[in-house]
Each structure stands twice: as C-alpha cells, then as structure tokens.
Design a binder for this molecule. Structure first.
Ligand SMILES: C[S@@+](CC[C@H](N)C(=O)[O-])C[C@H]1O[C@@H](n2cnc3c(N)ncnc32)[C@H](O)[C@@H]1O
Length: 453
C-alpha cells in the first residue's frame, strides 16, 4: 500500500505541475509552446517559461551530461560499494568509511554517490551517509566486500551478472560512445566504428587483444558474466514465452550459435533434458562455458548431451542435423551484410524441418507506422500495441533502453538493433522465411522464428 500511495503522490505532483503551467499560460492568454515546433526565442510564450512558477513546475533533463550516470555507476561497481553498503545495513555508512577499503577520496566518492542517489541509485540517508536501495542492490555481486575487494578477477564470478553488464557497458561502451560524432565527422558512411577510434585499434571488438594477458582474461570473463546479466534483467521464463520447445523430438539438437557460456540453452535443456545442445563460440568463451555447465548442470554433461564446439560463425556450419539454430543477441552485433553471411551458413546446413529461433530486441519507430504496408507485420504475432497520443507511439522514454542499446551496438561493434522489417530483409536475403514473432510481457526481447525458404 505504501508503494501505491507513493505512486499516487508522484502522479499528483505531475498533475499539479500541469495545472500550474495551464494556469500561467491561460492567465497570459498564450498557448503553451509545442514540443514539435522549433525553438523560437522571440516567441513571448517562450519568455513566459522564465516565470518562476513555470520554472519550478518544469522537469528538465540536461542530456548532455548524462554520461556521468554511467561513469559514476562504473566507479561505484568497480569500487564494490554495494557490497560494503549491504554489510552496513539500512542505516548506511559514512562516506569516509565507504571510501576506506579502496583509499579513494571520500569527498569525491560522496559526489559520485550523490549523483547516483539523485537518480534513485543508492540513498543519501543523511548528509554524507549512504545506503543501498532497491535499485543499487541489483548490482550486488553477492560476496563479502573483503572478498570482492581482495580479488578483482574473481569478484564477478558467480554473481547475477548485472554488475558485470553495467561495468562492461559503461566501460567499453561508454568510452566508445563519446567518439560517435568524431566517427561520423571523419567518415559520414557510418562505417568507422567509434570503438576503433576510442581504443586506437583496427581490430573488431571480438578480435581485439588489449593490454596484458591478465587484462584480456579479466575483460573476457567479465563479458561472459555480463551476457548472463542480460538474462537477469529479463523474466526467467522468457525463453518459454514463444517457441514451443516441447514440440522438438527426443534428442533434437539445439545449436546455440555464439552461445557465450550457454546460459540460454542450459535453461532450455534443464526443462527439456531430452534435448541435446551443441554450444558454439570462439575459443575463450567455450573454455569459460565448460566450467559453467559443470557447476550448473553436470547431469547433462554426464549424459553426453552437451557438446562444446569452437566455431567461427562466419565459416561453414558443421552441424547438419540441427532441430534449432538458436541465436540470442548475435545478429545485433553485426551489420546487415555480416548478418546475412552468418544466416546464410546456417541456411546451407539446415534441413527442411530446422527452425531458426532468434532472440533480439525489435525496434519500433517513434512515429505511427502503416503496418498494412509492411510484409513483416503480416507474420503471426508481429504487431504490437502502440501508445495513445500525446504519448509517442513507442511509449517514449519508457522504451528508451531499446534505442540506447541500438547506439551502444553501433558504437562498440558496428552492430544494429533492427526493426521488424530489418529482420525480414536479412532473413529474406539469407534464405529464411519469418513464420512467427513472439513479443513477451515484461521484457523488450522478442523471439523471431524462421523456416528455410
Ligand atoms: C552478445 S554475445 C551473446 C552471447 C549469448 N548468445 C548470450 O545471449 O548470452 C555475442 C557472442 O558472440 C560470440 N562471437 C563473436 N564473434 C564470433 C564468431 N565469429 N564466431 C562465433 N562466435 C562469435 C562472442 O564470443 C559472444 O559470446
């Protein structure tokens, strides 16, 4: 009830703010400037916004500074602050104590935590005293803070993966993203990837070997755990909210293409142990995945129902009798030409009964779309409800994570989060026919099912 009343109070604040603005503009007999019109400093309605009442009612976001949220998040996670505050309990701890294990400047740390608390990540209980809240505690790596501080390499292992995902994104993604404009100014085609400018390398992200062996091993392991973290941000049964896995024959083979540690195929195999899994990825993730399966689902290994295969998906697919080629968060790493090559190799190895199951975010337009003119929208399950005006049809900032991911994909690997038509096009060009789409509740991730044409 407490939460409902908080929500109601929030709605009342917004409603009061709207009434204030309405009153001020009505009093001056002027229309409220439209968000869709260009800014005109000479319009008297603009000067009215300087009105102190309106100023107080207005919620503004200074987007140009918002990268500090990610940099502060990265610092807080790197310094294992959440673990320290878990041990401090709900009353929190003074920032001098929080800073002590790492030896960082407490005043600067307070500023970092205050910025995050202002975005409802951590709570400033009293001046300079911070505690975890519901949001910050999702970053908890689940270990005593002394262990997390004592072993940088191991501090993420066995965690939910959310801290690893935040660190990977804010670290590599954040550093790459600031070069977006530089990349476009230097090369308007968009083919220069910001990552390459930021890290002064010609290599692609997945081939990049940087720093010492220890640093490489650390970021590889962090990436593997981060991919598991993407699942922790989605409903646990997401993979079962679409394609019906029970329809697969006994010993049907799921090839988890670019499967990382294979957490997704493992989830399916746990529920349907009659299915076999071939987990494919590059060498280092495959090594990490073996331990993960040994610890998480040893029975499947003992039954010889999982095979770990080092395989480059830009080469010919060795499994010719797959029931399913499963690709989660693979296609978004690559541009269309590359995605068509990957899908083409799978098509060449497919039987008529083989199905492609793709898990990806599908990008809606920010405008109303004429779905009747889209071939892809005729596929069962493809159409999604849109929001009513004055909300944007895609629900506006409520779905902003889709577009944030999209630009991160470009900045880091030159990839793209595709529209439905975008998927239709690459399927079509690689010999696959989109037959079903499943949008899931409580998640931005959809399943696309395709059959060989
Ligand atoms: C975004 S991750 C997704 C991992 C996994 N499917 C998941 O959902 O957690 C992309 C994966 O593609 C793998 N990968 C990148 N290039 C590859 C290639 N040429 N061949 C096979 N796997 C590759 C990476 O190692 C990584 O595990």
């Amino acid at each position: 009830m407490e939460n409902i009343s908080t929500l109601r109070r929030l709605a009342d604040i917004i409603s009061d703010a709207a009434s204030t603005m309405e009153r001020v503009y009505a009093r001056s007999e002027m229309p409220l400037p439209s968000l869709d019109e260009p800014f005109n400093p000479d319009d008297p309605a603009e000067t009215l916004k300087q009105d102190i009442e309106v100023e107080a009612a207005r919620i503004t976001v200074n987007s140009a500074h918002s990268f500090h949220i990610s940099s502060c998040l990265l610092a807080a996670s790197d310094l294992n602050i959440v673990e320290f505050l878990r041990e401090a309990g709900p009353q929190g701890a003074d920032v001098k104590k929080i800073a002590a294990p790492s030896g960082v400047d407490p005043d600067l740390l307070a500023r970092i935590l205050r910025l995050l608390a202002t975005h409802h990540i951590f709570r400033e209980v009293s001046p300079g005293v911070f505690a975890n809240n519901r949001v910050s505690s999702t970053l908890d790596k689940g270990k005593p803070s002394s262990v997390a501080n004592g072993n940088r390499r191991e501090r993420l292992t066995g965690s939910s993966g959310i801290a690893a995902l935040v660190e990977h994104t804010a670290d590599f993604g954040g550093k790459a993203a600031v070069y977006l404009s530089d990349s476009l100014m230097g090369d308007p085609t968009g083919k220069t990837i910001p990552f390459n400018i930021a890290f002064k390398t010609d290599k692609a992200f997945f081939d990049w070997e940087h720093g010492t062996q220890e640093e490489i091993a650390y970021s590889l392991a962090r990436f593997a755990v981060a991919m598991q973290g993407t699942a922790a941000t989605e409903p646990a049964d997401l993979i079962f909210q679409g394609f019906d896995w029970s329809l697969l024959p006994k010993n049907g083979i799921i090839v988890d293409v670019g499967g990382g540690i294979g957490h997704l195929s493992l989830t399916i195999a746990k529920k349907y142990p009659q299915l076999r899994v071939v987990l494919q990825d590059l060498g280092p993730p495959i090594e990490i995945s073996k331990n993960y399966w040994r610890e998480t689902f040893p029975a499947h290994l003992e039954a010889n129902k999982v095979e770990f295969q080092v395989h480059d998906f830009f080469t010919s697919q060795p499994v010719k009798d797959a029931a399913i080629f499963l690709l989660r968060y693979i296609l978004h790493d690559w541009n269309d030409a590359q995605a068509i090559i990957i899908l083409g190799h799978l098509r060449a190895a497919a039987q008529p009964t083989t199905r492609l199951v793709i898990l990806e975010k599908i990008i809606p337009f920010a405008s109303v779309e004429d779905v009747k003119r889209s071939e892809a929208h005729a596929v069962p399950g493809a159409t999604r409800p849109t929001a009513e005006a004055p909300l944007l049809p895609n629900w506006g900032v409520a779905t902003a994570d889709l577009y944030l991911y999209d630009v991160t994909m470009h900045a880091l690997v030159g990839g793209v989060e595709r529209t439905l038509q975008g998927f239709w096009d690459i399927f079509h060009k690689s010999g696959w026919n989109m037959i079903e789409v499943h949008h899931s509740s409580g998640s931005q991730v959809s399943q696309l099912v395709a059959a060989p044409t």
